[in-house]
Design a binder for this molecule. Sequence first.
Ligand SMILES: Cc1cc2nc3c(=O)[nH]c(=O)nc-3n(C[C@H](O)[C@H](O)[C@H](O)COP(=O)(O)OP(=O)(O)OC[C@H]3O[C@@H](n4cnc5c(N)ncnc54)[C@H](O)[C@@H]3O)c2cc1C
Length: 409
Amino acid sequence: MKYVIVGAGPAGVIAAETLRKADPSGDIVLLGDEPEPPYSRMAIPYYLTGGIDEAGTYIRKTPNHYDDLAIRYVQGRATKVGAGGLATEDGGDIEFDRLLVATGASPLDPPVDGLDSSAVHHCWTLEDARNIIELAGVGSRVVLMGAGFIGCIILESLVERGVALTVVEAEDRMLPRMMDKPGADMIKAWCEGKGITVLTSTRIKAIEPAPAGVRVHFEGGGDVPADLVVVATGVGSNTGFLEGSGVKVEEGIVVDDRLKSTQDAIYAAGDCAQGPDQMGGWSVHAIQPTAAEHGRVAALNMAGRDTPYKGSLNMNVLNTAGLVSCSFGLWDGVKGGTSAESLDREASKYIRLEFQDDHLVGALTLGRTDFVGVLRGLIQGRIPLGPWKDKLTDNPHRIMEAYLASTMA
Ligand SMILES: Cc1cc2nc3c(=O)[nH]c(=O)nc-3n(C[C@H](O)[C@H](O)[C@H](O)COP(=O)(O)OP(=O)(O)OC[C@H]3O[C@@H](n4cnc5c(N)ncnc54)[C@H](O)[C@@H]3O)c2cc1C
């Protein structure tokens, strides 16, 4: 059997390794278009702060790891997919019996003039990270465009590098897709307390060259100087090369519960796949645990081991300049559901629980890490809370007691 995996990030690497175990004699090609050995983007923040070197980001650190598993790691870019084969940028053709698309996502640029300046970078690849390290020294003036999940991860690294940071977010709050307004306002106040300038409801209009670095102009007036602008304004699935292949793409590649696309021999995994969501429906989660699990399950199915994908829980844990925030599942609630919250602005502590009937379906926390496992367990396990739902509504801090009582019942 000839297996080809396009994309050598976490989803692709785990799929290749799983295939090798499931089919010891199969022919496995892992095609990746980046110049480095397969690495984890999740490790980039640690590379930015000097906690690890570049090699520390590599997914597998043993020399010859892929050769030893008879996985053919090929550097190249897929440009087209047809029946039983794909074309590569260098004019090559690679045949397959089963194809896994694990091409991840790429940053999306907002319509802003001047993004082509050498002072403007994304923070998505190792190459981006090298460019940021060069420009973000102690005291450098840095503008971070976008305060979403990725923006706030980078924020932490930039603060550690000692830069003078301005965060610009077009929406009315930081983390608009992970945190409600009260929680986001507390994160903003926390950042400001650390000396970071945070401009919400503010859009960048243009970036112009200046005698030193650039000037960043805002819609509606005003500007700031910068040595570096980091753009973190969202990502989109890498699926352009599938045009004409018959593979259906919506927000990501449409897959069934075996992670098979709308074409029989083609599967998808990771940030490019719109996979089963544990809370119902199908979503692109764009987090590494989902990518890894997609890769594993897709590979088992490709090798003929029928394995349903039970769905992933959307869950984000983030450290923003020392303040840890978490969001789980349907954190902004469900129609007809109820919620409970406890907010202590002074102490920067917040917990919000979302219920549907007597089930916990989502949660937000700020300044607390002790509940993470319990909240995840209650949501993932769909554990009925019975009388504990009312007790939690009165006092959400009793979540550990609720977990113990409900799981022992
Ligand atoms: C700075 C940063 C921090 C992050 N931190 C976290 C975190 O703390 N927790 C978390 O869960 N997630 C985090 N993420 C997200 C996480 O990295 C992604 O969810 C994960 O990388 C997805 O894995 P993947 O294999 O689907 O895609 P990717 O890792 O993007 O790998 C896909 C690979 O396919 C390649 N490719 C694309 N098109 C082609 C083509 N046509 N031909 C060949 N190759 C192609 C890409 O270049 C890439 O190398 C972070 C991301 C970033 C950028």
